[in-house]
Structures are given as structure tokens and as C-alpha cells.
Design a protein around this ligand. Structure first.
Ligand code: HEM
Length: 178
């Protein structure tokens, strides 16, 4: 892919993300003003949809990095992985994380006044997940510049971390054990 095609596709991804966020903001405002009393479950539904999208990307991206490590630098396969990784990160993972945080924090404030051991532990686990998100974004940048030095085994191990955090987060919010 040429530099110009690269810039165009990044511009298009940014445009789609902006349109998506504006549509969601309008929908949220309509739901809030049309039925303020039932807004909490609506906000929870949007939060869960965003969580599903974020997690789908967080579980798939390290798997792509495993395959990418095995592809020869400069090969067609390697260049294809670069496009897949960039689109997954910018088109799905980044916006989904923002929506998850915005609605999650609103639910935590409105429903629980930010109180509860389970909630504090959950926010801690989500901060770790967000740090992992940052680490993966950095890795996508390195792979894009053919500067990855980590082994496929490293990315296989990294692949397990979002899974473990997801299990802990879901148990904390559903079971609320403390
Ligand atoms: C970004 C920080 C986050 C905050 C502050 C947050 C906070 C919350 C709050 C307060 C609720 C409502 C709980 C209730 O009404 O009982 C909720 C629901 C939920 N959250 Fe999050 N959340 C965040 C991120 C996540 C993530 C990353 C996941 C999954 C990996 C997740 C999974 C869920 C699920 C499954 C529910 C529905 C639970 C139920 O209704 O029983 N959340 N979240």
C-alpha cells in the first residue's frame, strides 16, 4: 500500500469513527430526554454493546500479532496484516474503549455513587485492560514500521491477559462479591 493510500484510508477510518460517535451522542440525547426514568438500562445496554466490541478486538489483535510475527517482513502477507491491525485498532477497538469508559463511569456515578469494593476492583481491572490496550497500540505502530522484536510466543502469552481480565471484570460486576 502506498503512502497516499495509507493516508486516505486513515482519513476514512477517522471520518467513520467521528460519524459513529456523533450518531451515538444524538441517540443518547434522544433516549435521555424522551425517557429519563428508563435511561439507566439503556445506558447499560450501550455499555455492554461497547464492551463486546472492545473485547472482540482485544482478544483478536494479539492473535493477529502472533501470525504477523511469523510473516516475512516486506511480504504481501505482512503488509496485509498491517492494514488489518490498523483498521481493527482505529475502527473498532479505540472507539469501543471510549464508549465503554464514558457509559461505565456514568453508570458507576448514577447507580452507585462510585461506592463499592467490587466497583473499585472492577475499575482497577479495567485500568489494567486499558494499559494493555495502550501496549497493543504501541505494538501495532512497531509492526507497521517493521520494528517488532518480540517472538510469536510473547504475543501468545499477551493474548491470554485480556481474557483473564475480562473474566475477573464480568464476575466482579455480575456477582458483586464484596
Ligand atoms: C471502563 C470502566 C467501567 C466502569 C466504570 C464500569 C461500570 C459498570 C457499572 C456501574 C455497571 C452497572 C452495574 C449494575 O447496574 O449492576 C456496569 C455493567 C456492566 N459492565 Fe461495566 N464498567 C466498565 C467497563 C467494563 C468492562 C471492560 C467490561 C467487560 C469486560 C464490563 C462489563 C459489564 C457488564 C457485563 C455489565 C452488566 C452487569 C449486569 O447488569 O449484571 N464493564 N459496568
Amino acid at each position: 500500500m502506498t503512502e497516499t493510500q495509507n493516508t486516505n484510508s486513515t482519513g476514512q477510518a477517522m471520518m467513520r469513527m467521528t460519524i459513529g460517535i456523533v450518531v451515538l451522542a444524538v441517540l443518547t440525547a434522544v433516549l435521555y430526554f424522551a425517557a429519563p426514568d428508563s435511561f439507566y438500562p439503556w445506558a447499560k445496554a450501550i455499555h455492554i454493546l461497547a464492551v463486546i466490541s472492545w473485547m472482540a478486538g482485544m482478544l483478536y489483535l494479539p492473535r493477529l500479532l502472533v501470525y504477523h510475527t511469523d510473516a516475512e517482513k516486506g511480504s504481501v502477507q505482512s503488509e496485509t496484516f498491517k492494514v488489518m491491525e490498523r483498521r481493527l485498532l482505529r475502527g473498532i477497538i479505540n472507539p469501543a474503549m471510549i464508549v465503554t469508559w464514558v457509559f461505565g463511569l456514568w453508570l458507576a456515578w448514577k447507580g452507585f455513587g462510585f461506592q463499592g469494593g467490587w466497583l473499585h476492583a472492577k475499575i482497577g481491572a479495567v485500568l489494567l485492560l486499558s494499559a494493555m490496550h495502550g501496549y497493543l497500540a504501541g505494538a501495532v505502530r512497531k509492526f507497521a514500521e517493521d520494528r517488532n522484536e518480540k517472538s510469536a510466543k510473547h504475543w501468545r502469552i499477551v493474548n491470554e491477559i485480556p481474557t483473564l481480565l475480562m473474566i475477573a471484570i464480568v464476575i466482579l460486576v455480575v456477582v458483586k462479591p464484596f
